[in-house]
Design a protein around this ligand. Structure first.
Ligand code: SF4
Ligand code: SF4
Length: 456
C-alpha cells in the first residue's frame, strides 16, 4: 500500500500509545451531569428547558443560537436541577444545564441496537437536517457544526472527502479503538458524507503505526456496498492529522493562508465524526456519547482505559471510576500532550470534543531553563506551516503586530513542533499563541470595518 505524508516540517515524538490494547468500556451513569451550552465552535446554544422539567436521554435541551451553532441534548433521563454558569476545564464560566440523573429512558425513535444499517435511504437535504437536529459537530478537536461543513457555499465543489484516522498526538487511542471496534459504522458514516458531498472520492487516512486498523478498514470496505472509498496509509509524523497537512499528504494541494479546505476541493472529517454521523442518520441517535482515553506515563497498565462516556459526565467522576488521579501526576491534560489543554478544574464536565484525561509525570513535563537563541533554524525546519518561529518570537518581543502579520503568525496551527525542536528550550509557543490571538483580533476588526464601509 502506498504511504503518503505532508511536504514540509514535522517531528517524530515517541507515540506512547499505552492504552492501545484497552477495549472500549461503557461508563456507568453518575448521579448528576452538567451539560455545557458552549461545547461547539460558534454561538453558545440557548436552553429551552426550565428548572424542574423532566427530560429523557436524547431530548433536545438547547437550540442553536446562530448559523454556526448546534443543538444540545440530554445525556440521560432525569430532572433539570439548575441552569447556571459553571467553570469549564480552564476555569472559564460557561452556562450549563444541571441534570439529576434518574435513569436511562430515551426519547422515542432512537435505535439503540447494534444492528448495522447499510442502506442510506435519506436524501441529501434530509441527511443534512438529521445531522443538524442530532447536534453533530467535528470531533477531531475543532467542534465545528458538521451540517455546515458538509454544505459548501454555492460554487464550491468537494472533490475529495478525507476521513482523519491519523491520531498523530502521542498517547491518544480513542480513534484507534473505534476504527477497530466500530469499523463498519465509520465506513457507513463516510458513505453518508460522500453522498451529501455529491459522491466525491473518499479517503480514510490512517497512520502506519496502526496496521491493525488499516487491515480492519480494508477488509470491511471489501464487504460493504460502497464505491470510491479507499484506505490510505500515512507515514508516522506529527502533526499528520492537521487539516492542511492531511490535504497536502492525500491530494498534494496546499490551502492558502486564510483559505478553507474546500478552496482546494477538500472536506476533512474525523473518524469519530463519521461514527456520530452514522448514529444520527441511520439510528436517529443524537450526539450524547463519545470515546475518551484515560492514559499517561504515571498510570500503570491496568489503569489505562478507553471509555464510552456520556457528554456531561464530570471529569472527577470519570477519574474516580478509572481508579483515581495518580499522586505522581504533575499535570493533567485534556487532549494530547502537544496540542491539548491543561485541566485546572477536575469538576468540569465533559463536552462533545473531550478526547482524553492524560496524566503526565514531573519528568515528562519538566522544562529546562531557556537560554538565548543560537539561530540554529531548527524551529523553522520543524514548522509544518513554513513559518519562522524564532522571527515570530523576536517580533512579538518588539510588539510589532504589523511585522507579525507579514510573517504570517495567523497561519500558526499551534502544533508545538518549534518548541519541541528548540535546543535552547525557548517556550516559543507560549509567546506565539498570544501574538497570534492579537493579530487575529486586528484582522477581524479590519474585516468588520470593511464590511461596514461596504454597507454604507
Ligand atoms: S506552533 Fe506554530 S510556529 Fe510553531 S511549529 Fe507549529 S505552526 Fe509553526
Ligand atoms: S530552534 Fe530555538 S535556538 Fe534554534 S533558531 Fe529556533 S528559537 Fe533559536
Amino acid at each position: 500500500m502506498r504511504k503518503v505524508t505532508f511536504s514540509i516540517g514535522g517531528i517524530h515524538p515517541h507515540d506512547s500509545k499505552l492504552s492501545r490494547d484497552c477495549k472500549i468500556e461503557v461508563l456507568p451513569l453518575p448521579q448528576t451531569m452538567y451539560v455545557s451550552m458552549a461545547q461547539h465552535l460558534g454561538a453558545p446554544a440557548t436552553p429551552i428547558v426550565n428548572v424542574g422539567d423532566k427530560v429523557l436521554a436524547g431530548q433536545v435541551i438547547a437550540e442553536p443560537a446562530g448559523f454556526i451553532s448546534a443543538y444540545v441534548h440530554s445525556p440521560a433521563s432525569g430532572t433539570v436541577k439548575s441552569i447556571a454558569p459553571r467553570a469549564d476545564i480552564t476555569g472559564r464560566m460557561v452556562p450549563h444545564v444541571e441534570i439529576a440523573v434518574e435513569g436511562d429512558e430515551w426519547v422515542e425513535g432512537v435505535d439503540l441496537s447494534d444492528t448495522l444499517v447499510t442502506d442510506i435511504t435519506l436524501d441529501r437535504a434530509q441527511i443534512l437536517e438529521r445531522i443538524k437536529q442530532c447536534g453533530i459537530v467535528g470531533l477531531g478537536g475543532a467542534t465545528f457544526p458538521t451540517h455546515v461543513k458538509l454544505n459548501p457555499a454555492p460554487g464550491s465543489k468537494a472533490e475529495c472527502l478525507i476521513l482523519n484516522g491519523a491520531e498523530c498526538e502521542p498517547y491518544l487511542t480513542s480513534d484507534y479503538r473505534i476504527l477497530l471496534e466500530k469499523t463498519r459504522e465509520i465506513i457507513v458514516g463516510a458513505a453518508i458524507m460522500q453522498k451529501v458531498l455529491g459522491g466525491c472520492h473518499t479517503v480514510i487516512a490512517i497512520e502506519e503505526n496502526k496496521p491493525e486498523a488499516i487491515s480492519a478498514v480494508s477488509e470491511a470496505l471489501a464487504s460493504l456496498p460502497y464505491s470510491d472509498i479507499e484506505v490510505l496509509s500515512m507515514k508516522k509524523r506529527y502533526p499528520q492529522g492537521g487539516e492542511k497537512q492531511l490535504i497536502d499528504a492525500v491530494m498534494k494541494r496546499q490551502v492558502k493562508s486564510g483559505g478553507l479546505p474546500i478552496s482546494v476541493g477538500a472536506v476533512v472529517q474525523n473518524v469519530a465524526t463519521a461514527l456520530a454521523v452514522y448514529e444520527a442518520v441511520q439510528k436517529n441517535k443524537p450526539l450524547v456519547t463519545n470515546t475518551m482515553t484515560i492514559t499517561g506515563d504515571c498510570l500503570p497498565v491496568e489503569k489505562q482505559h478507553n471509555y464510552l462516556f456520556r457528554i456531561g459526565m464530570p471529569l472527577s467522576y470519570i477519574a474516580q471510576v478509572a481508579g483515581g488521579v495518580p499522586e505522581s501526576a504533575a499535570k493533567i491534560v485534556s487532549g494530547g500532550p502537544m496540542m491539548g489543554k491543561a485541566i485546572s478544574n477536575m469538576d468540569a464536565a465533559t463536552v462533545k470534543g473531550s478526547s482524553s484525561l492524560l496524566y503526565l509525570s514531573e519528568g515528562s513535563t519538566r522544562r529546562h531553563p531557556a537560554s538565548n537563541c543560537i539561530r540554529c533554524g531548527r524551529c523553522s525546519d520543524a514548522c509544518p506551516m513554513g513559518l519562522e518561529p524564532f522571527l515570530l518570537n523576536r517580533l512579538n518581543k518588539a510588539g510589532d503586530l504589523e511585522g507579525l502579520e507579514k510573517a504570517s503568525v495567523q497561519d500558526c496551527i499551534e502544533c508545538g513542533c518549534c518548541l519541541y525542536s528548540c535546543p535552547a528550550n525557548i517556550p516559543l509557543l507560549d509567546y506565539i499563541r498570544p501574538a497570534k490571538a492579537q493579530v487575529m483580533g486586528v484582522i477581524r476588526a479590519r474585516a468588520a470595518a470593511a464590511k461596514a464601509a461596504q454597507g454604507k
